[in-house]
Design a protein around this ligand. Structure first.
Ligand SMILES: [Zn+2]
Length: 139
């Protein structure tokens, strides 16, 4: 009798866990899709800004500052495109059901960590270990 009761609670617990997870996945799917769209629209702005014919200054000083602006924008774009790739990969993981699973140890990544960094592919333990190793190796 006690065992049956225990099993019932266990089943209920698992079921709730599953529901929670599905809701969380939806939350992350929306979060990632929104940030991807935002980044992509920003990337479009940067590209059109860079090819704007009005920015053809004949003055060398203006050209130099335009050049550094351009380098700055390229650096931002580089970072953005890396983030876009990471977000796309995270969305792929959502589709194939591996989102939120650490790719080093296979354990679940905590919701708290995923909320802080949805594109992460490692749990906090593995990430901490990796960072400690990188530090030790002077990377
Ligand atoms: Zn891990």
């Amino acid at each position: 009798m006690i065992i049956i009761l225990f099993l019932k609670i266990l089943i209920k617990f698992c079921f709730q866990g599953f529901i929670m997870k599905k809701k969380d996945i939806e939350y992350f799917r929306e979060l990632l899709t929104n940030s991807l769209e935002e980044l992509l629209s920003k990337a479009d702005d940067t590209v059109s800004g860079m090819t704007d014919p009005k920015e053809n200054f004949p003055d060398p000083t203006d050209r130099a500052s335009l050049e550094s602006d351009r380098n700055f924008m390229l650096r931002i774009r580089d970072r953005e495109s890396k983030l876009i790739k990471k977000i796309k990969k995270a969305l792929e993981r959502i589709e194939n059901g591996t989102f939120g699973v650490c790719d080093k140890c296979g354990e679940d990544i905590s919701i708290k960590r995923l909320k802080a960094r949805p594109v992460t592919t490692q749990c906090i333990e593995c990430k901490t270990k990796e960072e400690a190793l990188e530090k030790a190796l002077g990377l």
